[in-house]
Design a protein around this ligand. Structure first.
Ligand code: FAD
Ligand code: SIN
Length: 533
């Protein structure tokens, strides 16, 4: 049994920025941070475009960033959360710079601010096209310098611990559910360990791996959202899965799909059909720089109209030095599969990119379970509404990481550690006989979600998806209850829960809004939150 004051599940921008703040302010507290692979494998590390923040007060102001965020969110953002994140954002970015993060500057010495879809001003701070890598590096280095933070790699969290594990019946209506820590699979010893803490923070990232094509790394299996849902916590707005318009079309197939940053369109890249015609003017006056839901749907529509596997992003008119200087990683990747972006158009296709819904929290990351906080992509704070504005996610991780720190600081001294927790019970389970049962179910799940619950939905497709998901659920629960646990089995189980939450929420929303588009309900109705009680 391992005890610490605070348990943080997830070592991306949200989890680590929280842990660092708390460790610096309270050197007397012990903080354990878990990551299920190594400390640099996170969505954070893959971020390309940058962090959105109002930086240049001559050109930009908070209201413009607020308006852009509300506009992208298609009528259902929580305006108070938007205001908090936009106004606190620049200070959090300044602190990242003080911690050692490098962002590119222009030749006058000012920060070079990029533009992305849905933004009315240039406000994206970036480090080349590998901003996330730079942020993760900075956070890892800083956390490693703090002796009261212990980052444990290869520790896969199975479930959070609540009164349910003390033998009580916990339902979604039970008041006063509390979290006491988590059961965690140590991948090296293959043992399940009990981690106890006064306060637990879920910062487990998104769930893009529920689809066949995704820009998310393989760790993005929605573990935190599923754990919370199993523990009877509140999850909201899962129907809003964001598809990025432009992942690189690679006929060889790769997981994750490689992202061609929206910042490329911000620099002038133009979307074209396979016969070289511009098409975005048909869909939105902002053309290639319209918000993501609109652009992804437009590309999807053009692909269906023309029977294409991809459309093109034309960058051949952008000066070579400018492109290579800002996007060296994208340039190299394209070259590695035989495409010279300066001479040929880049084939692109939408791919699942971001989980806009998730664990419901207030503006301090408090979940519906006490002693349990959440921050980052695994949450629904109200910032993104029905569609996230580009580069607002790293920003949310930084701002909410700080606000969870404030809330934990205020409460931790009055919370006792609950130590009478039973060890994990693996009785009656045996070694799995055939891994093919897991790998095949995962393929089926991704197929179902991509075919029936993708960019465009219908009532019939959603019903079919739910019927198929129920079967997968039953088969996987049987495996879970009878075989010895593995991270692969837990991830499959979590992804099936995510698939269910997305599909069920999509079925419940009888309208089209933001990222949720159902041709049987094309109109928009007054807003209703889709939560799971
Ligand atoms: P993550 O960074 O995903 O971290 C999750 C952590 O949780 C990991 O450490 C993981 O190991 C751990 N974890 C998960 N499950 C478990 C478990 N069961 N047990 C133990 N540990 C677990 N956003 C922007 O704002 N700007 C961008 O330019 C941008 N570009 C992007 C490009 C790509 C290709 C992708 C995929 C995303 C991009 N995003 C961008 C989105 C952004 O990167 C993420 O939303 C954000 O980094 C999420 O941070 P996080 O801390 O919530 O989670
Ligand atoms: C990108 O660089 O296009 C990704 C930005 C984001 O997801 O916010």
């Amino acid at each position: 049994m391992k005890q610490s004051d605070v348990l943080v599940i997830g070592a991306g921008v949200a989890g680590l920025s929280f842990a660092i703040r708390l460790a610096e302010k309270r050197p007397d507290l012990s903080i354990t941070v878990l990551t299920k692979t190594h400390d640099s494998e996170s969505n954070t590390s893959y971020a390309q475009g940058g962090v959105a923040a109002v930086w240049n007060s001559r050109m930009d102001d908070y209201q413009k960033h607020i308006d852009d965020t509300l506009d992208a969110g298609d009528g259902i953002c929580d305006a108070s959360v938007v205001e908090i994140v936009v106004k606190e954002g620049p200070q959090r970015v300044k602190e990242m710079i003080e911690w050692g993060a490098r962002f590119d500057k222009d030749n006058t010495g000012d920060y070079d601010l990029g533009r992305e879809g849905g933004h009315s001003e240039n406000r994206i701070l970036h480090f080349k096209d590998i901003t996330g890598w730079e942020i993760q590096r900075t956070l890892n280095e800083r956390a490693n310098q703090l002796s009261n933070i212990e980052v444990l790699e290869q520790y896969f969290t199975i479930d959070i611990i609540t009164q349910h594990h003390l033998g009580r019946n916990v339902t979604r209506l039970t008041p006063g559910v509390e979290c006491y820590g988590a059961y965690v699979f140590n991948k090296q010893s293959r043992e399940i360990e009990t981690f106890l803490a006064k306060v637990t923070v879920l910062a487990t990232g998104g769930a893009g791996q529920v689809y066949k094509n995704t820009t998310n790394p393989v760790i993005a299996t929605g573990d935190g959202i599923s754990m919370l849902y199993r523990a009877k916590g509140r999850v909201a707005n899962m129907e809003f899965m964001q598809f990025h318009p432009t992942s690189l079309y690679n006929p060889a197939g790769e997981n994750p799909s490689f992202l061609i940053s929206e910042a490329v369109r911000g620099m002038g890249g133009i979307l074209k059909t396979t016969d070289g015609q511009e098409f975005m003017q048909k869909y939105d006056p902002r053309q290639s720089l319209a918000p993501r839901d609109i652009v992804a749907r437009a590309i999807d529509n053009e692909m269906k109209l023309h029977g294409d596997d991809f459309e093109f992003l034309d960058c051949t008119h952008i000066p070579e030095h400018q492109f290579i200087n800002h996007f060296p990683n994208i340039y190299e990747k394209c070259k590695s599969i035989g495409i010279d972006p300066m001479k040929e158009m880049i084939p692109v296709v939408p791919a699942c990119h971001y989980t806009c819904g998730g664990i419901m929290t207030d503006a301090f990351g408090r979940t519906s379970i006490s002693r349990l906080y959440a921050a980052g992509e695994c949450t629904y704070t109200g910032l993104h509404g029905a569609n996230r504005l580009a580069s607002n996610s790293l920003l949310e991780g930084l701002v909410l990481g700080e606000r969870v720190f404030q809330a934990v600081l205020e409460s931790i001294d009055s919370i006792p550690l609950q130590t009478s927790i039973p060890a994990w019970d693996a009785e009656g389970t045996t070694e799995p006989k055939e891994m093919v049962m897991l790998t095949q179910s995962l393929k089926e799940l991704k197929e179902i979600m991509s075919s029936y619950v993708g960019i465009v939905r219908t009532d019939a497709r959603l019903k079919r998806a739910l019927d198929r998901l129920h079967l997968l659920y039953r088969e996987t629960e049987l495996l879970y209850n009878t075989t010895i646990i593995s991270p692969q089995l837990c991830e499959l189980r979590n992804l099936i829960t995510i698939g269910y939450l997305i599909t069920k929420a999509a079925q419940m929303r009888k309208e089209s809004r933001g990222l949720h588009y159902n041709t049987d309900h094309p109109e928009k109705f007054p807003y209703q939150e889709v939560t799971f009680l």
